[in-house]
Design a protein around this ligand. Structure first.
Ligand SMILES: NC(=O)c1ccc[n+]([C@@H]2O[C@H](COP(=O)([O-])OP(=O)(O)OC[C@H]3O[C@@H](n4cnc5c(N)ncnc54)[C@H](OP(=O)(O)O)[C@@H]3O)[C@@H](O)[C@H]2O)c1
Length: 250
């Protein structure tokens, strides 16, 4: 079976490529390999005879305007091209709580992506994952002001990117469900407490200040905004085991 992985060179995409490449014809499609969903470059060729498309691409910029342009334009190019090519299953990775995080420009763009998929006429599965373990550093970077990391005490149920990739690779060989499937990690933390564990592992001397109104990606969180309601799969990798490995301490 031919499977095209848009964003196949990224954190999730490269792991999905590795899992599927022995049993399937896998194309890792990204600007680095000559396929650009924003401009349409290389898209028609990549999609020829493809049965499944997995979209795990991400915008190079998370600022409101470029991120909206990325997910809107990319999907407006990709989905009609898939329809024309006869693709039978479009799989896209999005985020648990996207519909509740619409104060955030990033999540407004992810919602537009999801709406375009649902309207496209291409059979689909949208996977809503929780935050990746690898994203802790990104949360610190966007939550630091005046030398302090300001975070809410809402819950988070992070997942190892390897567990996300394994789930996506599994559903690539299954039928589309035409709805959202939620996945998450095995444990629930408060965001402030989770990030303290991450900071300890990096040996940086950063102070975490808990503030229930501290925004996450520009949106105020309720206690369970970021946790899955009805997960169909929970990753098995526990955070403290994962972060204890030297290769994960970045
Ligand atoms: N971070 C989290 O905690 C989290 C949680 C849940 C869901 N997600 C979702 O997971 C998805 C994947 O995230 P990730 O961290 O694996 O991404 P990533 O490592 O940043 O990789 C992004 C990929 O997108 C590709 N890309 C960029 N511009 C493109 C374009 N114009 N056309 C085609 N491909 C393009 C990149 O290709 P090049 O290498 O060629 O630049 C790269 O392969 C995202 O959609 C995100 O919303 C993230």
């Amino acid at each position: 079976m031919k499977i095209v992985i848009i964003g196949g060179t990224g954190l999730i995409g490269s792991q999905v490529v590795n899992i599927l490449k022995d049993k399937h014809e896998v194309i890792a499609a990204s600007p680095n390999t000559g396929v650009n969903t924003l401009t349409g470059e290389g898209l028609e060729d990549a999609l020829k005879n493809a049965s499944v498309v997995i979209d795990v691409s991400n915008s190079p910029s998370f600022d409101d305007e470029p991120v909206m342009n990325f997910f809107k334009t990319s999907n407006q190019n990709l989905l009609p091209a898939e329809k024309k090519a006869g693709v039978q299953h479009h799989i896209a990775l999005s985020v648990v709580g996207t519909d509740k995080l619409q104060e955030s420009g990033y999540f407004r763009a992810k919602q537009v992506q999801e709406n375009l998929i649902k309207e496209s006429g291409v059979p689909f599965t949208i996977v809503h994952a929780t935050q990746f373990f690898e994203f802790a550093g990104g949360i610190v970077a966007t939550s630091t002001s005046e030398g302090k990391v300001k975070l809410s005490d809402a819950f988070i149920q992070p997942i190892a990117s390897a567990d996300v990739a394994a789930f996506i690779a599994k559903i690539a060989t299954e039928q589309p469900v035409n709805k959202i499937l939620e996945i998450g990690g095995p444990e629930r933390f408060q965001i402030d407490e989770w990030i303290k564990q991450y900071i300890l592992s990096t040996k940086k001397s950063l102070e975490v200040e808990t503030d229930v109104n501290a925004p996450y990606s520009g949106a105020i969180l309720q206690k369970t905004t970021l946790t899955p309601e009805n997960p169909v799969y929970l990753g098995t990798t526990e955070y403290m085991t994962w972060i204890a490995k030297p290769e994960n301490q970045r």
